[in-house]
Design a protein around this ligand. Sequence first.
Ligand code: ZN
Length: 184
Amino acid sequence: MTVTDFAKYPSTDLEIALLGEPVLRQLAQPVTNFEEVELTEFCQKLHQKMLSLGGVGIAAPQVFCSRQIMLLAPRPNARYPNAPEWEPMFMFNPKVINKAEETEKDWEGCLSIPGIRARVPRPIWVEVSYQNETGETNTIRLEQFLARVFLHEFDHLIGLSYLDNVDNNRDIVSESYFKSEIIK
Ligand SMILES: [Zn+2]
């Protein structure tokens, strides 16, 4: 990818890649140039798109951009009433440094897989490194819901979907069943 790759994104409305799109099965490429105006504009668009769809996180491959960019932005909303409030945080080129052996199952959904929810086992905490908007490298330890959102979005950067981590098909339900019977 070149410097101009992000240029095409701000000019149009971002479109969500749905499960089956090859871009969701690719390894995303790292971001190397943090000076690009287009990168900043792309990130703003990505954030808007996530908000408009009621997400608590999103990854660039979900809008057909195969780059290692994710946004972690939990806050309570209609789709995730129990989400914690968290200052939106872009993470570039993230890596998992360490993670808990202990896992916990909880519900996830995905903007790329509308209409269903599933209980997914995830480590209860992760320690990650990432670059911020200026390219500076930071590390952070994320727990519970935040660790879950991070790992969900991280999967999108390595060609996985959350359904790949479901350990029993009985843990998958329709979104309408989830709303009427589970979350209530
Ligand atoms: Zn997703």
